[in-house]
Ligand binder design. Structure first.
Ligand code: AMP
Length: 175
């Protein structure tokens, strides 16, 4: 088990100065492409949710869809997509949040969650926490309870964890 997780870690590719100067982008596509490594990542993340009671996994577009839907399948729960503005076909609720430069808006179907249902928010990576926080606000606004936030990778030096409202934050790999 350790070995395949080490393999997954070794497959994460650092792309310097993408999408802009000074950023080291953690490219997970080589992990996704390797069945053993990808399975190990999802199995390890799902294992951390084993004793947790929840109704849905909500994944944030786009890499949160990949991690989140695999996690939903593995844990036997439904999946809720949280998308970029204008992509969902039905009635939506939306949340605008600040990026390093400018703003972004994410949306969720207004009827995705019933009052009191509990949700795990999933994404590939936690950086400053702005995206996950906006997702959390959407879930709460819809009447849901954010049970936990889960990330494949956490960039600890950005201290995103400190910005998050959820008291349960789980990441598989820390940098
Ligand atoms: P943040 O809102 O700052 O926590 O940023 C998190 C979102 O941006 C996630 O959806 C990540 O996929 C993406 N992201 C931010 N920084 C990086 C990075 N260094 N490498 C890969 N993805 C990143």
């Amino acid at each position: 088990m350790e070995n395949s997780l080490d393999k997954a870690i070794s497959l994460i590719r650092d792309v310097r100065n993408y999408p802009k100067e000074g950023i080291i982008f953690k490219d997970i596509t080589p992990v996704l492409q390797d069945h053993e490594a990808f399975s190990m990542v999802i199995d390890s993340m799902a294992a951390k949710l084993k004793h947790m009671d929840f109704d849905y996994i909500a994944g944030i577009e786009a890499r949160g869809f990949i991690i989140g839907s695999a996690l939903a399948y593995k844990t036997g729960k439904g999946f809720i997509p949280i998308r970029k503005k204008g992509k969902l076909p039905y009635v939506t609720i939306s949340k605008e949040y600040a990026l390093e430069y400018g703003n972004a808006t994410i949306e969720m179907h207004a009827d995705a969650i019933r009052k009191g249902e509990s949700v795990i928010i999933a994404d590939d990576l936690l950086a400053t926490g702005g995206t996950a926080n906006a997702a959390s606000e959407l879930v709460t606004e819809a009447g849901g309870i954010v049970r936990c936030m889960m990330f494949m990778i956490e960039l600890e030096f950005l201290k995103g964890r400190e910005q998050l409202s959820s008291n349960e934050i789980i990441s598989l790999l820390k940098y």
